[in-house]
Write a protein that binds this ligand. Structure first.
Ligand SMILES: NC(=O)C1=CN([C@@H]2O[C@H](COP(=O)(O)OP(=O)(O)OC[C@H]3O[C@@H](n4cnc5c(N)ncnc54)[C@H](O)[C@@H]3O)[C@@H](O)[C@H]2O)C=CC1
Ligand SMILES: O=C([O-])CC(=O)C(=O)O
Length: 339
């Protein structure tokens, strides 16, 4: 058995035969970055991926040459920074993952990235709408609360928007929430599944501990919630100006991509938290919201309601909705004013 195959679990090994039946091309835009490189590596190790297309404005062919030596079945191709190469990278993609854009430095909020990343995401969304209008699009670039609405507006303007196929990747919030509670409770983090709803920045990140049967009180609860809401800042501080979370994000992005592939390859009950166009708080003017979503062959199958909340969680949710509304409106306005 090959080394790469030995590294996979039994479930993943079984998926080798599934992948032989179904071809799935995944395209990564921003593939040479801090997230893009380890994410592309993890996707190369995933037997559900048959083709991996790596695009960036720099270094993508080099990253592809490197990853392409790994002895798993998928084909890897890197693309230069031209519009025709971008088009080719996108053509036929089932999934397009977008981690392109600049990361934070200490002292910045995710919203401070808007001015740079909004136009990067808008332009990549245009190219995706043209070359891969039916692809499932996964937005990692921050601020996710605004870059997802930006992508939706671009797809709408080109007449190809399908709300079931656009996802803001909020998996890392759930990964952190699970890890941080396990540190407090001495449990195995891989057994923890803490629901996190809302959006992906500061107060819009709302962990719902009570739904997992936990009841932290007072300062313990406040510091847990703060750590989940500002986990990204911990990494930004620790990296001291050299960027934000990349490796944990790559893991989270690879997990979300794998869940979409599982669902499209026929697996049932695949549920992930993700930021999507949502009916849950539409009556309050909040048109996108992250909650647990059941995934199916066409993307979003069912948006789960938020469920029962404690009074404390309701307070967090109210604060979240206020911020989120502004973030979403900012993204929509940007595309209207800068088409
Ligand atoms: N959704 C989430 O949970 C998380 C999101 N992020 C966000 O992901 C983004 C990327 O972060 P890193 O990988 O650390 O940054 P990075 O700077 O290391 O990499 C970004 C890559 O994007 C490329 N790029 C820039 N403009 C491009 C364009 N027009 N087309 C294609 N590629 C382009 C750059 O050349 C670079 O290789 C940031 O906006 C960051 O805030 C980071 C962590 C978690
Ligand atoms: O904090 C950041 O800027 C990057 C990010 O979104 C995260 O780590 O959750």
């Amino acid at each position: 058995m090959s080394f790469a195959r030995q590294m996979l679990g039994a479930t993943q090994r079984r998926a080798f035969s599934a992948s032989a039946r179904q071809a799935s091309k995944v395209t990564v835009l921003g593939a040479a970055g801090g997230i893009g490189q380890p994410l592309s590596l993890l996707l190369k190790l995933n037997p559900r991926v048959s083709k991996l297309a790596l695009y960036d404005i720099r270094l993508a062919p080099g990253v592809a040459a490197d990853i392409g030596h790994i002895n798993t079945k998928s084909e890897v191709k890197g693309y230069d920074a031209t519009q025709s190469a971008l088009h080719e990278a996108l053509e036929g993609a089932e999934i397009v993952v977008i981690p392109a854009g600049v990361p934070r430095k200490p002292g910045m909020t995710r919203d401070d990235l808007f001015n740079t990343n909004a136009s990067i995401v808008r332009d990549l969304a245009k190219a995706t709408a043209d070359a891969a209008p039916n692809a499932k699009v996964l937005i990692i670039s921050n601020p996710v609360n605004s870059t997802v609405p930006i992508t939706a507006e671009v797809f709408k303007s080109k007449g190809v928007y399908d709300p079931k196929k656009l996802f803001g990747v909020t998996t890392l919030d759930v990964v952190r929430a699970s890890r941080f509670i396990s540190e407090l409770k001495g449990t195995d983090p891989s057994d923890e599944k803490i629901t996190v709803v809302g959006g992906h920045s500061g107060a819009t990140i709302v962990p719902l501990l009570s739904q997992s049967g936990y009841s932290l009180e007072g300062e313990k609860l406040d510091s847990y919630v703060h750590r989940v809401q500002f986990g990204g800042d911990e990494v930004v501080q620790a990296k001291g100006g050299a960027g934000s979370a990349t490796l944990s994000m790559a893991m989270a992005g690879a997990r979300f991509t794998e869940s979409l592939l599982k669902a499209s390859q026929g697996e049932k009950n695949v549920i992930e938290p993700t930021f999507v166009e949502s009916h849950l708080y539409k009556d309050q003017g909040v048109t996108y919201f992250a909650s647990n979503v059941e995934l199916g062959p066409n993307g979003v199958e069912k948006i789960h309601p938020v469920g029962k909340l404690t009074a404390h969680e309701q307070g967090l949710l109210d604060a979240c909705l206020k911020d989120l509304k502004g973030n979403i409106e900012k993204g929509v306005k940007f595309v209207k004013e800068n088409p």
